[in-house]
Design a protein around this ligand. Structure first.
Ligand SMILES: [Zn+2]
Length: 316
């Protein structure tokens, strides 16, 4: 496996030797398409993050051009880049074409588009920041460190915008509850953002705790759900916020974070999942599927509010 990866060289440098007027030979590199991949033992210490991934590394480039070039050949970050780049761009597209897929009611207003787009803005921010990080993480220690912070910030933005968007419909008839729980969400988000930017949490030892902190932020969603159960009862809470989708979303996030924290499956067979199927890739895909669940729940909740709640509120 390792030997194969080392041999994976697409092309060799093409040198044009030119003879100048005074007879000196100038060597000019006109086209470089060499894509040697490296093993765990060949990369510098700062790039070592997951010892169960043995090969397929892009070694420290110190060049943004080289990092961008890495988009065009397969290495152990390729799936991590594209699994978030493509859905991130789709999220941006969905903001631009919201009027075409959001079901229209007589009572639909710009505020509805704002809250649906708010979620997609969060998804777009999170997914593109993540793919940019994975693309640039081979650049150099300062760039990788900065990118990693943006990556975590993106997750915080996605969770915060997801929660605020669904809270809007869950507490459509109670602005007091909406503002209270949105405030709590934003406070949690702010705390998580601060922790993400803190140097201490970047160490490998802190990985499980960092993941756990994000899970806790996600679990804070139970506060408004608990309030809804007390205030509206179980049946209405279940229907209003399309709870089954939100629960499924939470389960997927927790599953993804647990696999990432536990480095499954590469821990079982080190070197086997270098290019395809390692924990971070599964985590990425689960984040996208969770976002799809949220989108489904959000549109259904919006539909419920406009079909059953607003007509009654207008009549009252
Ligand atoms: Zn990632």
């Amino acid at each position: 496996m390792t030997a194969n990866i080392q041999k994976r060289t697409a092309n060799k440098n093409v040198h044009n030797r030119q003879i100048s007027e005074n007879g000196q030979i100038k060597a000019k590199v006109t086209h470089t398409t060499k894509h040697k991949l490296y093993t765990w033992h060949e990369i510098p210490d700062w790039q070592k993050d997951n010892e169960f991934i043995h090969g397929g590394y892009v070694r420290e480039t110190n060049s943004f051009t080289e990092c961008i070039n890495s988009l065009f050949y397969l290495h152990n970050e390729s799936v991590n880049i594209y699994s978030h780049l493509i859905p991130g761009l789709i999220a941006l597209l969905l903001i631009l074409i919201d009027k075409y897929y959001v079901p229209k009611f007589n009572t639909t207003t710009m505020t509805d588009y704002f809250f649906i787009d708010l979620f997609f803005f969060g998804a777009f921010t999170c997914l593109t920041m993540s793919s940019i990080f994975h693309c640039l993480k081979s650049h150099s220690p300062p760039v990788a460190k900065f990118g990693n912070k943006l990556d975590y910030l993106g997750i915080v933005i996605l969770i915060s915008t997801s929660m605020v968007s669904i809270l809007y419909y869950g507490f459509y008839d109670s602005s007091y509850m909406f503002y209270t729980f949105s405030g709590i969400t934003l406070l949690f988000g702010f705390a998580c953002a601060v922790v993400s930017l803190d140097e201490r949490f970047r160490s490998r030892e802190w990985r499980p705790y960092r993941a756990a902190m994000f899970v806790l932020f996600g679990l804070s969603a139970f506060l408004p759900i608990g309030a809804g159960l007390v205030y509206y009862g179980s049946h209405e809470t279940w229907t209003r916020v399309q709870l089954k989708w939100i629960i499924l979303e939470g389960v997927l996030y927790i599953l993804g974070a647990s696999l990432y924290g536990g480095r499954f499956p590469e821990k079982i067979k080190p070197g086997r999942y270098d290019m395809w199927g390692h924990s971070h890739q599964i985590f990425h895909i689960l984040v996208v599927v969770a976002a799809l669940c949220h989108f489904t729940g959000l549109i259904k909740s919006y539909t419920y509010v406009h079909t059953y709640m607003i007509p009654v509120m207008i009549q009252a």
